[in-house]
Ligand binder design. Structure first.
Ligand code: ZN
Ligand code: ZN
Length: 337
């Protein structure tokens, strides 16, 4: 029988379509492989083309060159100048499009997927996120900082060179607010962080756990809206990504890299997004919210039912997805890169 499952946190319903269930490997999107080049002549993010980006905000040096750079987005969605004043005219509300839009160029190598980087390099990138996150969170004009990566055209990226982005906005989105409120409601009712409870249960059951380390656990969502939707949770309670310790960030580098490599080898380098879902600056230290990282492979498209109902149909059973990923063998990389 097909099954409807409800997300513990968002309360969203998902149809797990067992009748049309696919084996995990059946969702692979086969793509023509592109030739792998380490420098591309027209790429603004490749070494030697530094003058094509706006002035650098941050650089991780590597001799005369660099391991990673942060630059403002040349085609920024928002402007870093100005004050986010609000205008409310009857039912029309607006504000000045203030915000900060950073691009993190993750590597000088044009074709190096994050899944294939050494763990330590992924940890370097996470450290860059944290440093920008901490800086931007201090700006009183900024309410929310969203860190994300788009890999592949189905994930919305036009530039091939490995990069991720950080957008700071002067408002908290409705989605984030709802999540905070749902978590607060749970905390008030049961006296516990909803995520700490979920992590404890998932680790006891082990049915949807893909991998776990000293500080993190990667889990397929029970009510997964799409195939291989994976959350990486810190095992220690922390409301904000800014609370992560130096030891934890190294460990997360290893866990994230291993998960991405499992997707890369198991599903033939699928397009994916990842994003860090954290309590905004105004909620630092709260006991009811717990940050996590979502990795969302883009293997299926949303259609009319999803748009109309707000419910999703997923044809890959999350427990099978977890089992599939657990079995994908990935070399462990250690040390510096
Ligand atoms: Zn490039
Ligand atoms: Zn917690």
């Amino acid at each position: 029988m097909p099954e409807l499952r409800q997300n513990f946190m968002t309360k969203e319903w998902v149809v797990i379509a067992t009748e049309r269930a696919k084996r995990p490997e059946q969702v692979v999107v086969h793509r023509a492989t592109k030739p792998s080049v380490s420098v591309s002549p027209n790429c603004p993010f490749c070494p030697g083309h530094e003058s094509q980006t706006p002035p650098e905000i941050l650089r991780l040096p590597d001799g005369d060159g660099w391991k990673a750079r942060v630059v403002p987005n040349k085609f920024s969605a928002l402007s870093p100048d100005g004050k986010p004043d609000r205008t409310i005219r009857r039912s029309m509300r607006s504000m000045v499009g203030f915000g900060v839009h950073d691009v993190v160029i993750e590597t000088p190598d044009h074709s190096q997927a994050m899944a294939l980087m050494p763990d330590a390099r992924v940890a370097d990138i996470l450290r860059i996120y944290k440093s920008r996150y901490d800086q931007l969170s201090l700006d009183p004009r900024i309410e929310q900082v969203t860190i994300f990566k788009n890999h592949g055209s189905d994930a919305g990226t036009s530039l091939e060179h490995p990069h991720s982005q950080l957008i700071a906005t002067p408002v908290i989105s409705h989605q984030v607010r709802e999540r905070l409120q749902e978590a607060l409601r749970h905390y008030d009712e049961f006296g516990r962080c909803i995520f700490c409870q979920l992590i404890e249960e998932e680790m006891q059951m082990q049915e949807r756990v893909v991998l776990q380390s000293e500080h993190f656990v990667a889990v397929e969502l029970y009510a997964s809206p799409s195939p291989f939707y994976t959350h990486i949770y810190p095992r220690r309670h922390m409301a904000s990504f800014g609370d992560i310790s130096a030891k934890e960030i190294s460990d997360l580098g290893r866990v994230l890299r291993t998960l991405l490599a499992k997707l890369y080898f198991g599903l033939e380098n699928p397009d994916f997004n990842f994003t860090i879902r954290t309590a905004p600056a105004e909620c630092v230290g709260v006991r009811y919210f717990h940050w996590y990282l979502s990795v969302i492979p883009r293997l299926t498209r949303t259609a009319g039912f999803e748009l109309g109902s707000g419910m999703f149909i997923n044809s890959v059973i999350p427990e099978e997805a977890a089992e599939f990923l657990r079995k994908v063998k990935v070399e462990t990389t250690v040390g510096a890169g």
